[in-house]
Write a protein that binds this ligand. Structure first.
Ligand code: SAM
Ligand code: SF4
Length: 334
């Protein structure tokens, strides 16, 4: 998928994938993602509709073929539906996807499909309403399940569940969560929690569950066999006997995937982050706002090309230390 990209870093990795955060705000406060009391960016610091399109256009003109819209919660941005529809028209873009908590998905699934959104990843960490509330602090499981149903009815190319695994909160539900996804022909990825931002709800080292432990647990109910083909993303997939959908594992701690990293991330305020686990970045908002309108695209292309030299080799997550990266996940969107 990356053969057309002009973007190659110092380690020969080709970058063909952009994760674009459209807001840092969220209607949930998931315990592993955010603190309970959050301060969000003032609106003027966020990229505008036009600025987001321009940045996306610059990436696509350099060979990025895949954009994932994320946040915070992307569906709480008011202009999200028209933004996606415009972005989907960008020359060179082959796939537009989104990660959402699904709290507003029931209201807009049809419009998202009509606007050309290809795929949706939905976060779901528990099927127990009370646990779901505890984990998300504000979330309502029934509303999220309605959102999932609405998206399924629209026939998106692919729907996937993401589940952050926590030893004392949802590890015992792994099989149930997997069955929920598989029965609906949706892939599911279990994620090892990453130490981004200081949280107080739990100790990350205590809650850590490795992908190997998860596989062992899942193997009690499912017959799993590894899939050789790589998707270009961090998820390693296992085929499940009797089902078309697969179970994936995102293992930033136990199975480092940095050598095949093909992505960069843009924060909602326009900071191009070259690695989720490092602070190497370039301020693209500054590039856009300091240029005459006719020169913005070229200036962005130049800044993006140059930034590739600054992409770090790998992240250095250590759950036994205080987080090295103080930004919460909602700033960059997973
Ligand atoms: N609000 C949307 C959602 O929850 O799907 C999109 C943004 S959210 C930050 C993107 C993904 O990051 C979610 O699947 C979430 O579970 C995951 N995530 C958040 N904090 C994380 C952490 N500390 N470690 C691992 N995954 C995390
Ligand atoms: Fe919001 Fe997503 Fe973070 Fe949960 S994981 S608080 S839904 S941004």
């Amino acid at each position: 998928m990356d053969k057309h990209t002009e973007l190659t870093d110092r380690f020969g990795r080709k970058v063909s994938y952009l994760r674009l955060s459209v807001t840092d705000r969220c209607d949930f406060r998931c315990t592993y993602c955010m603190a309970e009391d959050m301060r969000f960016l003032p609106r003027k610091e966020l990229l505008s509709f036009e600025e987001l399109l321009l940045v996306a256009e610059a990436f696509c003109s350099l060979g990025v073929e895949k954009i994932r819209i994320t946040g915070g919660e992307p569906l709480i941005r008011r202009d999200i539906v028209p933004l996606l529809a415009r972005m989907r028209q960008l020359p060179g873009l082959r796939e537009l996807s989104m990660t959402t908590n699904a709290s507003h998905l029931a209201d807009c699934a049809a419009e998202l499909k009509a606007g050309g959104l290809d795929r949706i990843n939905i976060s779901l960490d528990s099927l127990n309403p009370e646990r779901f509330k505890t984990l998300t602090r504000h979330g309502d499981l029934a509303t999220v399940l309605k959102g999932i149903d609405a998206a399924r009815k629209q026939g998106f190319k692919r729907l996937k569940i993401n589940s952050v695994a926590l030893k004392n909160f949802n590890f015992d539900e792994s099989c149930e969560l997997a069955m929920f996804a598989l029965e609906r022909d949706m892939d599911i990825s279990f994620i090892e929690e990453m130490p981004l931002g200081e949280i107080t709800s739990h100790a990350r080292d205590v809650e850590f569950v490795s992908s190997a432990e998860l596989r062992e647990q899942l193997s009690k109910q499912f017959e799993l066999s590894p899939v050789d083909e790589r998707t270009g993303g961090p998820s390693r997939y296992w085929q499940v006997n009797g089902y078309r959908a697969r179970i994936g594992f995102i293992s930033p701690h136990s199975e480092n995937f940095c050598a095949s990293c093909n992505r960069v991330r843009l924060t909602a305020s326009g900071r191009l982050l070259l690695c989720l686990g490092n602070e190497h970045s370039v301020d693209l908002r500054d590039v856009v706002r300091s240029c005459e309108p006719g020169q913005q695209l070229q200036a962005l292309q130049q800044a993006i090309r140059t930034s590739m030299q600054n992409k770090p080799e790998k992240h250095h997550f250590d759950l036994n230390e205080a987080p090295q990266v103080l930004r919460f996940m909602n700033a960059t969107g997973g």
